[in-house]
Design a binder for this molecule. Structure first.
Ligand SMILES: *Cc1c(COP(=O)(O)O)cnc(C)c1O
Length: 454
């Protein structure tokens, strides 16, 4: 166990010794963070024992909340049986084999194999390697370019961050030269005077234009999240995915659905591609597959790809020390047990998501909310001063951070993405807990309006 220290002592040590991910170190030293000390059900508690409802499920991963003793028991049993062994050099282990079988059984029929990694980033790196291998083995080595979208998040290794579409990230390193980005289907930001449906078609056709511009013979794959998470919970207009699907069907390009956030019930079915009606060749998963309790990611591979890469000889020269880690796989098996025995996907689909969406849409009435989006157990909203002109509360995207800090002070973790606010609460939230979320969001919005003198 850790030592007994005061909040101040933890904060001092933290800023002196610990470099945090995606953090402005100078700002953080001036305004240190909450040290999260314990968690229960859908609540986290800091070292001063403030209770905060976790409206982001950790980092999109603790879909079943924090109190799941069956996962701890499965991990502890696996610790005793086999705490580690690798899957290189003609070896395997039972939890990895069983998890691969189970994921294939649950997934849409065309998926036949799984490649395990330690994270979502590594899984997307793996996708780059898999699609390259797939085309090389078919003597189409020119098919190398991968099309992605602006404001996509696909991870933080050099390769997965290149796939991602954040300008602020790309400015800090040299991105891979074989990734191209098209517009993201964010109607509020990019749609101008078009209706959402018109804009959805236009954003989809940006894919077709990009393919024609680069040449199909040079393109390996298109990668996309069903709903862009870190980019601001961008739920595309209804016209978007059917049009993208039409374009992909007509072209000889692989489709990677990055389901690291949308997977495992977030949209009311196992994968977001099932909710939105697309047919990927590869599925990236991570995060909620272990309820966030162990690091695990991977790629579900369809028969179309697997049959090519397994048919011809030659080593697939790729893998990680922790690919198919037995403890992480045991945690995933226990997580899937709970999701299936508690009927989580169906409950989200039939009850929790419709209720959250109804209540979230009501927030659109608030004077500083210009637009709300949502689907499944996702919600996002755009903060504005003027609903007609879409004028923001303040320049330089500062309003989101203000609203987030007020929200956390009121006992709700809500995340800011520029001038939008997003939530992705645990799938197990009851209607009463959803009401509490909405009450606390409303309070944060009222205080934000006051802060910006609206
Ligand atoms: C979080 C995330 C990743 C990266 O996963 P890590 O486990 O952090 O490497 C990839 N894709 C999406 C959509 C994500 O949200």
């Amino acid at each position: 166990m850790t030592k007994n220290r005061t909040t101040q002592q933890w904060q001092d040590l933290d800023t002196q010794r610990h470099l945090h991910p995606f953090t402005d170190f100078d700002q953080y030293a001036k305004k240190p963070g909450h040290i999260i000390n314990r968690a229960e059900h859908i609540y986290i508690y800091d070292t001063d024992d403030n209770q905060i409802l976790d409206g982001m499920s950790g980092l999109w991963c603790c879909s079943l909340g924090y109190s799941q003793p069956a996962i701890a028991e499965a991990v502890s049993r696996q610790f005793e049986q086999l705490p580690y062994y690798n899957n290189f050099f003609q070896c395997s282990n039972a939890p990895a084999v069983e998890l691969a079988e189970r994921l294939v059984d649950m997934a849409p029929e065309r998926f036949t194999h799984v490649f395990f990694t330690g994270s979502g980033s590594e899984a997307n790196d793996t996708n780059i390697r898999l699609v390259r291998r797939y085309w090389d083995l078919q003597d189409k080595p020119n098919k190398r370019i991968i099309i992605s979208r602006k404001n996509a998040y696909h991870g933080s290794t050099i390769a997965s961050a290149s796939l991602g579409g954040f300008k602020s990230v790309h400015q800090q390193f040299e991105t891979l030269p074989y990734v191209e980005h098209i517009v993201d289907p964010n109607w509020f930001v990019n749609g101008g005077d078009l209706s959402p449906e018109e804009f959805g078609l236009q954003a989809a056709r940006a894919l077709e234009e990009k393919i024609d511009q680069i040449g199909e013979e040079n393109i390996a794959a298109f990668i996309a999240e069903p709903i862009q998470g870190a980019g601001g919970v961008i739920v595309p207009p209804d016209s978007y995915w059917p049009e993208v699907s039409r374009i992909l069907k007509a072209r000889d390009i692989l489709f990677i659905s990055d389901e690291v956030i949308c997977g495992f019930g977030r949209t009311g079915s196992l994968f977001g591609c099932q909710t939105l009606g697309t047919e990927p060749d590869l599925i990236t998963f991570a995060k909620a597959v272990t309820n966030g309790f162990q690091p695990l990611g991977g790629v579900l591979v369809s028969d179309k790809v697997a049959s090519v890469i397994t048919a011809k000889g030659g080593e697939f020269a790729h893998g990680f020390t922790y690919s198919g880690h037995p403890i992480a796989c045991a945690a995933a098996m226990a997580t899937l047990d709970i999701m299936q025995s508690d009927n989580i996907f169906q409950t989200v689909h039939d009850h929790s998501a419709p209720y959250l969406q109804k209540r979230w849409a009501e927030l659109g009435q608030h004077p500083i909310v210009g637009h709300t989006r949502g689907l499944g157990m996702f919600g996002s909203m755009e903060l504005v001063r003027n609903k007609e002109t879409r004028e923001r509360l303040a320049p330089d995207q500062v309003s989101g951070g203000v609203c987030r800090d007020l929200s956390i002070a009121n006992g709700l973790v809500m995340r800011a993405v520029g001038d939008s606010m997003i939530i992705s609460p645990p799938l197990i939230c009851s209607h009463a807990e959803i009401d509490t979320i909405i009450d606390r969001v409303t309070q944060a919005l009222d205080q934000t309006a006051e802060y910006f003198s609206v």
